[in-house]
Design a protein around this ligand. Structure first.
Ligand code: SF4
Length: 295
């Protein structure tokens, strides 16, 4: 597959000051258009199957030109996409991630559904990079991979790879079940995805977050008659995708905004930016922040 290069064309229409604002307020950079995981309840409305991506060489240019802006934004490198779907020739997600660290100085948060065929690569990647250096540790609380999504769709295949690696590392007595906590032990379809329950050093990257839930957020067309109260999005700001740049505003899910988001293409002629803001303790306050604009 070739990149459409639509983003490259689009960015030519903005001036330097506008581009700086776009990258400084980035809520996310979405490396691919579409997602190969095709989760039936995707709360971000990802299209089924990857159909476009941002070229690695172009990412190099963006990260090097706007590294200091992106550092302020602390954006992740995925949105309605699976990071490990990324492929441009021999370059995969790890290459993009490492390039990003080099240019911005920080390691962005990564959540992955462990797509089929990438289990080994991801687990090895996680195990090899779970210890940030001291300098990084002080500056950023997020580790290399913050979250692995385990469901009945991937559990068995991930477990198989996990067992092989654990055995190689001399931890054959450890099982996948020992470092994930099941949401409900009686229901295999509700496997909670976080939580190292003991002190196995190599898996302690899992301790990061213990409050996530795997229940459907009830978003999108499928849930239009019984929408969830909150969307899945926890940031306002700009969204950079393989095709365009958008303002991304989180709102209450409604018939009009089934995913609890408003995506507006950014127009260089009528330029305005939603300042980057993260969800804090108050969801209502967070929603209010999404109404602000920078001109
Ligand atoms: S992996 Fe994430 S982005 Fe992809 S379909 Fe599943 S929930 Fe959506």
């Amino acid at each position: 597959m070739e990149s459409s290069r639509r983003l490259e064309e689009r960015l030519k229409h903005f001036n330097e000051e506008q581009l700086k604002l776009i990258f400084r307020n980035a809520a996310a950079i979405q490396l691919t258009d579409g997602c190969n995981s095709c989760c039936p309840d995707c709360g971000l409305g990802a299209k089924n199957g990857v159909r476009d991506f941002i070229r690695f060489d172009f990412l190099k240019t963006l990260f090097s030109d706007y590294g200091s802006e992106l550092e302020k934004s602390e954006c992740p490198l995925y949105y309605a996409s699976e990071p490990f779907d990324y492929q441009d020739g021999s370059k995969g997600y790890q290459d993009v991630h490492n390039l990003f660290i080099k240019c911005t100085g920080y390691s962005p948060f990564v959540s992955t559904s462990l797509p089929k065929g990438h289990e080994e690569e991801i687990l090895r990647f996680v195990l090899g990079y779970n210890r940030p250096n001291e300098q990084e540790k002080n500056r950023f609380f997020t580790r290399f991979i913050g979250r692995l999504s385990l469901t009945t769709a991937n559990y068995e295949r991930v477990n198989e790879v996990f067992q092989r690696i654990a055995s190689e590392l001399g931890c054959e007595d450890k099982t996948l079940d020992e470092w994930v906590v099941r949401y409900n032990k009686d229901r295999k379809d509700e496997i909670k995805r976080y939580g190292c329950t003991d002190s196995i050093e190599i898996f302690d990257f899992y301790n990061e977050d213990t409050c996530g839930e795997l229940h459907s957020k009830r978003l999108g067309e499928r849930h239009k008659d019984n929408l969830g109260k909150n969307g899945i999005i926890c940031k306002h700001g700009t969204l950079i995708t393989p095709e365009n740049v958008y303002n991304l505003q989180a709102v209450r899910p409604s018939r009009k905004h089934l995913l609890g988001q408003i995506l507006t293409p950014i127009d260089p002629e009528h330029f305005e930016i939603i300042p980057s803001a993260k969800l804090g303790r108050s969801y209502s306050l967070f929603l209010l922040k999404g109404r602000k604009r920078l001109k």
